[in-house]
Write a protein that binds this ligand. Sequence first.
Ligand code: ZN
Length: 358
Amino acid sequence: MDLGLWARLKAFQLIAHGSPGKFELRNVPDPVPGSDDVVVQVQSCGLNHIDLWAEAAGLPIPIQLPRTLGGEVAGRVLAVGSDVKNCHPGDEVAVQSNLFCGECEFCRRGDESLCLFGQLLGVNCDGGFAEKVLVPARTLIRLPQGVEFDASAALTLAGSTAMHMLTNRASVHHGDWVLVIGGASGVGSAAIQIAKQLGARVISTGSTEAKRSLAHHLGAEFVLDPANPQWPAEVRKITNRRGVDLVVEHVGGEVLVKCFDCLARGGTIVTCGATAGREVPFNLWPFFVKQHRLIGSYGRNRADLQATLEWAAAGKLKPAIDSVFPLDQIPAAFEKLRLRKVLGKILIEPFEPVSESD
Ligand SMILES: [Zn+2]
């Protein structure tokens, strides 16, 4: 038997940056866990905007090529390092994509999203668009009963981002008006459901009829078309001129500026992502006169990921899955997300792994 052949596995790797970038299905060495690491057999991995940025070298983080992208991993533990106590081979797990040290000031108080030594799975190190992924054991959360791999891969990055925004960085009170930008996106589709569960009345936006329909279906009472430049005025009309208490914003650029026009006095915008622009003009006068808040949100804490999966198990948070692509169709999946033709999440599923007898 040729050990060199079966000890290798398939990974779909980015080999040159671009939009589209250049990918290649490659044989890579089988990962060997260090003492605190685990090897997870990937069952499903969500595609996110961060993958498009990594593809196009659009992140303020240098990426060493070749790189296996993909941070939203659900899978089964295959092998564990000698010091790993929290999981065993065969466990079904989700991986927290913002890898954290577990020891710094922020990690010790449960704010892993603020880790001083944080790294991004699929950016700083090889991610889940592969048959197997090597991660620190502390980043795993066991899947609760009833949460399938696909549901986990559709919720653990985008859904827990929304959970962090709505329950950690900001808060929602019963009867609040919440505006969720981009209700058919990964973050938006989860944010609508979370806000609704917390007792809010939800307004959302969607650029196509299908996206607006999905946002409605997920619980938004009103869904506006952002192509209409008057959409912030519509928000004021719906709320009887008062404006909303909270905006969940993940687009940035001009959209963020317009969100201030939708805010009630004392209202809050919580923002992440900035997919449409990272620099925005900012008028301080109405900001302090109306006592607005603008809150940054990044990634998630372990508690947010745990809550996301528990909500999924309880049926309070349902994944919105657009489509599932096999590993070798990644360029088509990236193109679909790039063209914003997506309702919910795109998932990537690896081939069946090559067995020893092959
Ligand atoms: Zn840390």
